[in-house]
Design a protein around this ligand. Structure first.
Ligand SMILES: Nc1ncnc2c1ncn2[C@@H]1O[C@H](COP(=O)(O)OP(=O)(O)OP(=O)(O)O)[C@@H](O)[C@H]1O
Ligand SMILES: [Mg+2]
Length: 218
């Protein structure tokens, strides 16, 4: 049984078919790069994976169970999604980084937060900073930190390094690879050819809403 399986999935919105008849499956521990031209359906594919939207036709299975059967909030603790446009809320960085603890009724682990911030080249004092004053690259790294405070089974990443310089991109890639080595399945949408082939074991290409190819990377 695959960890995540799409069976003949189509997604139509406002009369437009955005994804057409996709069948694909991933195993636990896979590291998949998802590529394809702008507008081909990559973000729509990730949104389907965590039930932010649901298939118009076909079905998606997580560990053999239709993802529609699981409460979305529970599913998204196991399949976490880091958005293409980082969405931060509240006033401060702290409002965002305490959120994953609040929804789990757990005490905020300030040590864990400081360690992750440091992995991403951010000083722990940034928790007091107002979200509206952050740069694009800082927003991306804070959103990623928020996603990575708890380890999911599957991590969905949507162009999460698009606003970062080479050094910070490298730090993020290292942290993600580290998690993958600890068993987290990674599905990462990227426009960078170099990034797509660096650590992934599979390359998924979506073209015009269709699965063009799924190739193994040596
Ligand atoms: N809610 C929606 N309503 C109407 N059209 C949509 C909706 N969501 C996505 N689309 C359209 O579906 C297509 C695929 O969008 P999607 O965001 O999945 O592309 P993408 O491959 O992630 O592109 P990019 O590389 O630019 O991020 C686009 O043409 C987009 O305009
Ligand atoms: Mg996109």
């Amino acid at each position: 049984m695959s960890q995540l399986e799409f069976q003949n999935v189509s997604y139509t919105h406002g009369g437009k078919t955005i994804l057409k008849n996709l069948s694909v499956s991933f195993e636990a521990g896979d590291y998949v790069s998802i590529v394809g031209s702008s507008g081909s359906g990559k973000s729509t594919f990730l949104r389907l994976c965590c039930n932010l939207i649901s298939p118009t036709e076909g079905a998606i299975f997580f560990n053999g169970k239709n993802i529609l059967e699981e409460p979305p909030t529970e599913l998204r603790k196991k399949i976490s999604y880091c958005f293409q446009e980082p969405i931060l809320w509240g006033t401060t960085v702290e409002d965002n980084l305490s959120f994953p603890y609040r929804i789990r009724n757990q005490k905020t682990d300030t040590g864990r937060i400081a360690a992750l911030l440091s992995d991403f080249n951010l000083d722990k004092s940034c928790i007091h900073q107002e979200v509206k004053n952050l740069s694009g690259g800082e927003k991306q790294r804070i959103a990623l930190t928020r996603t990575m405070l708890f380890k999911p089974d599957i991590l969905l990443l949507d162009e999460v390094t698009s606003a970062l310089d080479a050094e910070n991109t490298g730090l993020v890639e290292k942290a993600i690879l580290n998690w993958n080595r600890r068993g987290v399945t990674v599905l990462w949408v990227t426009h960078s050819e170099a990034q797509s082939r660096k650590y992934a074991n599979q390359l998924l290409t979506i073209e015009n809403g269709r699965l063009k190819s799924l190739e193994a990377i040596q």
